[in-house]
Design a protein around this ligand. Structure first.
Ligand code: PBG
Length: 326
């Protein structure tokens, strides 16, 4: 028999001792639940994202009403407008779908939840790109002005945090200036800082009806092989006044989240995106994986890598599982 001094298994023998030495936990406080709201007359489940809906305003309110009791602290909002145009004017219209939803939700949840609108033009442009087009390319600087108008419009409707996802250069500074100038210097910006041009957004584009009609987003979203560049994007966002930094997508980019954790003291968010959700749902429906277990493991990986905030379509499922397993 070997005379072992160190036996790590001693601390794994029972559930009780495992609980006591556990290093990371995912609680309701960590979760931000993304939702879709539409001008269409009926709510509709998104085929590639079972359990995720494009909600009408009324159904959105009925659904969100139950969240404070579950302890969910925040939702993110994406809007699908009735009509799209070249310059995405549905995004910054005062009576647009997202400002309407914010106003209505505020009456339902009061201050018990944060309402966090995603700021981008791609759901509102006829061509599906995240900015205005000139000579076949997304034109950075004129887009900043429209994004800033969108942010102010959402702030006026009562948003709690502004979350720009477009990846234009200089947008954090532009939004900060726009918000401050309109009397919203107290509103935080959660910047999609390291957002990669990813195949994992496929189901979202079906959900938001925002697939680019020509080309792709590689000329503004980041190139997946790059690591140093992600830190540079984050440095710039910090310098321009971001309050929270985000890495997106999640699982394939955990190294970037870890790097960010080591470099920055700001809160960090990670987006467990649509494709990651769809893959889990599909495998679970086939009986190939234990969904609750895999989701728990995934969300914990984000915490372990350094996330403070996890954006996930599994948020509501996760809270149900947490409560039912006592
Ligand atoms: C809008 C936006 C996208 C996502 C969040 N904000 C789509 C995109 O950039 O193509 C993706 C979210 C997901 O896949 O869950 N720019």
């Amino acid at each position: 028999m070997p005379n072992l001094i160190h036996r790590p298994r001693r601390l794994r023998r029972t559930d009780t001792i495992r609980r006591m030495v556990r290093e990371n936990h995912v609680t309701a406080d960590d979760l931000l639940y993304p939702m879709f709201v539409t001008m269409e007359s009926e709510s509709r489940e998104i085929p590639s994202m079972p359990g995720v809906f494009r909600y009408t305003l009324d159904d959105l309110c009925r659904t969100v009403e139950k969240f404070p009791a579950m302890g969910l602290p925040a939702i993110m909002l994406f809007g699908i407008p009735a009509e799209k145009d070249e310059v995405g004017s549905g995004g910054y219209a005062e009576d647009g779908i997202v400002p309407q939803a914010i106003r209505k939700l505020r009456r339902v949840v009061g201050d018990s939840m944060l309402i966090v609108p995603d700021v981008c033009l791609c759901e509102y442009t006829s061509h599906g790109h995240c900015g205005v087009i000139r000579d076949g390319h997304v034109d950075n600087d004129p887009t900043l002005d429209l994004l800033s108008r969108t942010a102010v419009c959402y702030a006026e409707a009562g948003a709690d945090v502004i979350a720009p996802s477009d990846m234009m250069d200089g947008r954090i500074g532009a939004l900060r200036a726009g918000l401050d100038g309109a009397g919203f210097s107290h509103l935080p910006i959660m910047a999609y800082s390291a957002k990669y041009a990813s195949g994992f957004y496929g189901p979202f584009r079906e959900a938001a009806d925002s697939t680019p009609q020509f080309g792709d987003r590689r000329a503004y979203q980041m190139d997946p092989p790059n690591r140093r560049e992600a830190l540079r994007e984050m440095e710039l966002d910090v310098a321009e006044g971001a309050d929270i930094l985000m890495v997106k997508p999640g699982l394939a980019y955990l190294d970037i989240l870890r790097d960010a954790r080591e470099r920055f003291d700001l809160p960090l968010a990670i987006y467990n995106v649509s494709g990651e959700y769809s893959m889990v749902k599909a495998a679970a429906r086939n009986g190939w994986i234990d969904e609750a277990r895999v989701v728990g493991e995934t969300l914990t990986a984000f915490k372990r890598a350094g996330a403070d905030i996890i954006l996930t379509y599994h948020a509501v499922d996760y809270l149900h599982w947490m409560h039912s397993s006592g």
